[in-house]
Design a protein around this ligand. Structure first.
Ligand code: FES
Length: 200
């Protein structure tokens, strides 16, 4: 009888020990997991959030490599940089400017239709004239311009990206047909560094 009581006491003692070590282990494991996840969160907080994009400046060659409009043509839109740099180089009768191939509505890539003299967005139907003004569709702003400057060797340096794109539409004027440049904005977009005037 006495032996059985002693055995029960031993069993109870062992059960208590294993319960304690179980709580011990889970406690430390939980603390370890908490510290590890806090460490990861802290590291992510201090790690800079950088958006890696292709270089925002590129050399587009010399102006004479781009065809000028002839006859009744208003502009010639060159698409050679559309895929790699997401811009069109547009030559009108006075000079060259660079339009960013990104729809200001929700960021789709419009296409150029020379027959209709329009840029058209395939997503929700915004249409832009060769100056980038909205002539149809939901885009709240004209197409953005990128900087275009001449390097010392006479080649054109184009700057896109946040610094290069001038959201010249400072006070968008919503008219019946769409969104046009204001007079103030035209002061910007038809002057350097957004317009490269070429001598005839
Ligand atoms: S993204 Fe171009 S019209 Fe909506």
């Amino acid at each position: 009888m006495e032996k059985e009581k002693e055995k029960d006491r031993d069993n109870e003692f062992e059960a208590r020990i294993s319960r304690r070590s179980f709580f011990h282990i889970t406690g430390w494991t939980g603390l370890g997991a908490f510290l590890a996840s806090s460490g990861v969160a802290a590291a992510r907080f201090f790690y800079p959030k950088i958006l890696y994009e292709p270089s925002s400046t590129f050399n587009a060659g010399k102006p004479e490599e781009y065809a000028a409009p002839s006859g009744n043509e208003e502009v010639v839109v060159d698409e050679r940089w559309k895929k790699s740099q997401r811009v069109w180089i547009v030559r009108n009768k006075e000079g060259i400017y660079v339009m960013v191939a990104l729809c200001p509505h929700l960021g789709c890539t419009p296409n150029w239709f020379p027959g209709e003299v329009r840029f058209k967005c395939p997503c929700h139907g915004s249409n832009f004239n060769p100056d980038g003004e909205v002539v149809a569709g939901p885009s709240p702003e004209p197409l953005y311009r990128a900087r275009i400057e001449l390097a010392s060797d006479g080649s054109m340096v184009i700057t896109t990206g946040l610094l290069g794109i001038r959201r010249a539409n400072l006070q968008a004027t919503k008219k019946i047909l769409g969104t046009y440049w204001t007079e103030e904005e035209k002061e910007y977009i038809w002057k350097p560094p957004y317009f490269l005037k070429l001598s005839a």
